[in-house]
Structure formats: C-alpha cells, structure tokens
Ligand binder design. Structure first.
Ligand code: PEP
Length: 255
C-alpha cells in the first residue's frame, strides 16, 4: 500500500510568526488523530526549517527543504548545503519548475542535487512536468520521459520508498487551472510504466507519485480517485492551515 502524501510547498512565503502559528494549528489538530497511511509534509523557506522541526517535534508531520546545493561546500555564494545536521529533516524538493525556469536548472543539475539528498540519507521529492507550449505541441510524454531519464540516470533505487515523484504541469502551477483527474492520471500512468521498465513492478508499485498544480480542497478528491495519484504537492492552498487541514481530512477519509 502506497503512502498518500499531502505536501505543502510554501515557497518564499510566511514570516516566523506565521510559521509558528501554522505549526500550532496543525499540531493541535493532529493530536490524537489517526492519520492511517496519510503522510503530511511541509516545506517552509530555508530559515524556518529549524523552527518548524522544533515546533512540530513529536507530531506526525515531516519537514522538507525546498532545495539544496549539489555541492558539499566551497565558493558558492548564496548557496546552501542541505543541513543534514538538522535532526529530523527527512525530505528535500528538487527540480521544482520555478528552479528550472528562474535558475536554469537542467536535468543534470537536478540529478546531482537528487544524489546529494540521497547521500545525506534523505528522500528527494523530484518534480517534473511540461510547459503549456510543450503540452499544446503534443510532446508532453516526450518531455516527461526525458526528465525521468535525465534526473534518474544511473540512480539506484531499491524499494521505491527512497524517492517521491511529483508530476507538476507548469501551466497548472499557481494559475488556478489544475489538470483534470484524467489528464493527470495519463501522465502518472506513464511515469509508473517508466519506473516498471527501468526498475521493477514492485518498485513502481511502492513509489508515491504526487500531482501538483492548483490542488485545493475542492479538487483533491477527484485527483485522489485516480489509481496512480498518491497525493499532492501543494503551493497556494497549503499556506492556510484550515485549507491544509481540510486537505488532510479529505486524504484521511479517502477510500
Ligand atoms: C507548487 O508550488 O509546487 C504548486 C503546485 O503550487 P500551486 O499549488 O499554488 O499551484
């Protein structure tokens, strides 16, 4: 049985006070709650990782970084190394489309980051997805397969639990225009088939594939009803604790 993951990517939003208030809401709401196979993950901006880890210690929420340098150290002004000294940090997003677009991250760079995350004993959340131009040009499958080949070339996976993949069509991120369940499922099926061909059916069946792109409480159930969608990587709708908790409840009650 795969985990259903409700992962919030907060990007460069919230100040310290807002992070603390959110953590308080979530910790309170999760007290005594049975989450079943639902795994909550939150990715605050880098300066708030330590605060969130402390505030949510003992809760069921896992904390993720939004990015990392692939370098261990050196002359890389403004870059940061994944803080493996931050006890409890278990996940790191790599390859988000905003990093690809604004920081020109190639599949090769993303692959190096992914390996750096795994070398640290942590789990990458690898983002892939096509632009609107690529979808309209009928090359979605080709783009997805190129991203999978480029980012996971030679990457050893054993159980499928060492990695999460997030399919995030770029045209759906922050636009309010989400992919329909059927559109997303088509790409998720393609990703799972690629994993089966490259690794094994057992591994492909164990790896959680999230959908990202304007997920909100109103469309989550439709997405979760698809056989290959195992949760969401959620930006805007994860910023408000009521909305985040509503999505957690939908996932917990999902049959
Ligand atoms: C994201 O940041 O990965 C994302 C999917 O954002 P949003 O949910 O706001 O579209």
């Amino acid at each position: 049985m795969r985990d259903i993951i409700i992962a919030g990517n907060w990007k460069m939003n919230k100040d310290m006070e807002a992070v603390r208030a959110f953590c308080k809401d979530v910790a309170g709401a999760f007290k005594g709650k049975v989450l079943g196979r639902v795994l909550p993950i939150l990715a605050p901006a880098y300066p708030f990782l330590a605060i969130m880890l402390r505030e949510l210690e003992g809760s069921l929420v896992k904390v993720a970084a939004q990015d990392t340098s692939s370098h261990a150290d050196g002359a890389f002004t403004g870059e940061f190394r994944l803080p493996c000294w931050l006890h409890g940090l278990q996940y790191c997003i790599v390859g988000h489309s905003e990093r690809r677009a604004y920081h020109h991250e190639s599949n090769e760079i993303i692959r190096e980051k992914l390996l750096a995350v795994m070398d640290n004993g942590m789990k990458p959340i690898l983002c892939i997805g096509e632009t609107l131009e690529q979808r309209d040009g009928g090359i979605t499958d080709q783009v997805i397969l190129e991203q999978l080949d480029g980012c996971l070339r030679g990457v050893q996976l054993y159980s499928g639990k060492e990695l999460i993949i997030a399919y995030e069509p770029v045209w759906a991120i922050g636009t309010g225009r989400n992919a329909t369940g059927d559109q997303a499922q088509e790409v998720h099926r393609l990703i799972r088939k690629w994993l089966t061909d490259q690794y094994s059916k057992d591994l492909a069946d164990s790896l959680s594939i999230l959908y990202g792109g304007s997920v909100k409480p109103q469309n989550l159930e439709e997405l979760l009803s698809q056989p290959d969608i195992d949760g969401g990587l959620i930006g805007g709708a994860s910023l408000d604790s009521k909305s985040y908790l509503a999505m957690m409840d939908i996932a917990i009650n999902h049959k």
